[in-house]
Ligand binder design. Structure first.
Ligand code: UFG
Length: 334
């Protein structure tokens, strides 16, 4: 059974392709390589020993999508393709709204034309805005979002709900990710941001590797155990496995539903820094700086729904996430 993965060479996309192939699915990738490299396809193939069909095309390109659906019998789609940098989205909102919304609309239009109505969408915990309490349950109020990137995720969730209202043959899973880190055990695929990273783990890795002098810890006066921000870090391989379960769910049902993909555990910035330093036996110098605008104090998931309905739960802990993130960097140097 073939699954089309948009953005399949990206960080979460590539790990998901590996898990899909391991679970016995065939994989077709469409990716314009805006934020990734073509050799990721070779790496997915070498990890799994299986072939992937790869199309270097933009997901906004309806003709390119149409060609893929003509050439393959696609059973379901996982839609990752999209811009994802929070800060950049504030500076370039038109680019974000255009790309993230247009790619989704083009995809859904071509899917409907080919009568393929099974979709897993890569959403984000950012749709909850600043939650009134933690852990966050899927039925918590959504928004207001704090940046255009987050708004595109919420808008797309709403678009998909409207599509379902118009045609109840669709089956859609909205996966709200918490904070994915780590990398595949092989060290062949992982997260490799081109510029100075925005996110905590890629920044820590660059500091540990002496590419950056020290970590800026954004605020130590939050209402959290050590004053630094608390997040639900999840190993990207666990997250990828959640997509396989979600694909199986959309293949066997109709309707639309949202699921948190997190671990249910909250760790502070200093927990992550100290765990990384300890398990990798390396120094991570840091300095306390002012809060980053738009950040919230705490964000972690209730994981009950994903467990109950998707039969999925995260299994890997923070130590393994820290080890695997560092191992990936070591491997990129070889
Ligand atoms: N942080 C630092 N220094 C840094 C980077 C981050 O102290 O250099 C802190 C932040 O203040 C926050 C925590 O580390 O407390 C995590 O920050 P990230 O930037 O890694 O992640 P966010 O929780 O801000 O956002 C991430 C993704 C979003 C997604 C969101 C979902 O970047 O795309 O999780 O909750 F929407």
């Amino acid at each position: 059974m073939k699954i089309l993965v948009t953005g399949g060479t990206g960080f979460i996309g590539s790990h998901t392709c590996v898990e899909l192939l391991d679970a016995g699915f065939e994989v077709v990738i469409i990716d314009n390589l805006y934020n990734s490299k073509a050799d990721v396809v070779d790496k997915i193939e070498s990890i799994t020993g299986k072939k992937v069909s790869f199309y270097k095309s933009d997901c906004c390109d309806e003709d390119a999508l149409d060609k893929i659906f003509n050439e393959h019998q696609i059973a379901a789609v996982i839609h990752f393709a999209g811009y994802k940098a929070v800060g950049e989205s504030v500076a370039k909102p038109i680019m974000y709204y255009q790309n993230n919304l247009m790619s989704t609309l083009a995809l859904c239009k071509v899917m409907a034309k080919h009568n393929c109505k099974r979709l897993v969408f890569s959403s984000s915990a950012t749709v909850y805005g600043n939650p009134a309490s933690v852990p966050i349950h899927e039925d918590f109020p959504l928004g207001p979002t704090t940046n255009p990137y987050g708004t595109t995720k919420l808008m797309i969730e709403n678009i998909l709900r409207d599509i379902l209202i118009s045609d109840d043959h669709w089956s859609i899973a909205l996966l709200r990710y918490f904070n994915p880190i780590g990398a595949h055990k092989s060290g062949l695929i992982g997260e490799s941001p081109n510029d100075i990273p925005n996110n905590l783990m890629p920044y820590i890795v660059k500091v540990a590797n002496k590419e950056l002098p020290y970590l800026h810890v954004f605020g130590n006066d939050y209402d959290t155990p050590d004053g630094t921000g608390v997040r639900d870090y999840i190993h990207v391989v666990d997250l990828a496995k959640g997509h396989v379960n979600a694909v199986e769910k959309v293949l066997n049902s109709t309707g639309i539903d949202a699921y948190n993909l997190g671990t249910g555990n909250g760790y502070s910035v200093l927990d992550v820094v100290k765990t990384f330093a300890r398990v990798n036996n390396i120094e991570v110098p840091y300095q306390i700086d002012p809060r980053r605008p738009g950040d919230i104090a705490q964000c972690y998931a209730s994981t009950d729904k994903a467990y109950k309905i998707l039969d999925w739960k995260a299994e890997k802990g923070l130590e393994e996430m820290c080890k695997d993130s560092w191992h990936f960097l070591q491997m990129t140097k070889k």
